[in-house]
Ligand binder design. Structure first.
Ligand code: AMP
Length: 219
């Protein structure tokens, strides 16, 4: 069986997280989301969390060694052996090179298929999306107060937990996250195009519309 390695690229709040949650369930692959892994480290007050917090609060990338260590641990776990979906990593060419290195070590010659899905979206709508975003701290479900509100105000539809807002989902930090994206992450579009593994999807539209486009490119 071919192991499927999917990575999702796109600016903050482009809908990657929502679609990854759906796809992980559909393919029965783990959804490995660096942002959530880092937020868990902060919540648990680990050394890694303490180091990462200052960068996250400013909308900057946390140091590559730290994030690479966390990702390598996660991708080495047994549930990733048939495939995984990576959301939020790599976020720079340096991280992409690190990913290739760790995949080579973990996969050890087995048959793999690597796809980088790029969420191509009109960025002018994204700051509003960010400030309206809420999520469930228990299951990770993502809501939008305007476009995808929960059925009961402030509560997750799936498990009833109280929804929370990310600390970095403010207008000011969002701007800095876009700047970081343009400088560090956007060059990956070219990087993966040259390697012949990039699939672009139009990420404007409803969750269902984007989902249909996603299924077409990952099969
Ligand atoms: P996200 O949840 O993907 O929006 O990530 C939230 C924040 O976590 C980012 O603004 C970064 O500060 C940090 N972060 C997430 N993934 C990475 C990564 N691959 N490399 C460095 N920092 C990251």
């Amino acid at each position: 069986m071919t192991k499927k390695e999917l990575i999702f690229l796109g600016p903050p709040a482009c809908g990657k997280g929502t679609q990854t949650n759906k796809l992980a369930e559909y393919l029965n692959f783990p959804h490995v989301d660096t942002g959530s892994l880092l937020r868990a480290e902060i919540k648990n007050e680990t050394e890694a969390g303490k180091e990462a917090k200052a960068y996250i609060d400013k909308g900057q990338l946390v140091p590559v060694e730290l994030v690479t260590r966390i990702i390598k641990n996660r991708l080495s776990q047994d549930d990733c052996k048939n495939g995984y979906i990576l959301d939020g990593f790599p976020r720079s060419v340096e991280q992409a090179e690190q990913l290739e290195k760790m995949n080579a070590e973990i996969d050890n010659g087995i048959d793999t298929k690597f796809i980088a899905v790029y969420f191509d979206i009109d960025t002018s709508i994204l700051v509003e999306r960010i400030v309206n975003r809420r999520s469930c701290p228990v299951c990770g479900e993502i809501y939008n107060l305007e476009f995808k509100p929960p059925k009961v105000e402030g509560r997750c539809d799936k498990d009833g937990a109280e929804l929370t807002q990310r600390k970095d989902d403010t207008r000011e930090v969002a701007q800095s996250r876009f700047d970081t994206y343009n400088k560090e992450t956007a060059p990956l579009i070219d990087y993966y195009t040259k390697k012949g593994v990039l699939k672009s999807i139009n990420a404007n539209g409803t969750i269902d519309e984007v989902w249909e486009r996603l299924l077409e490119v990952i099969s």
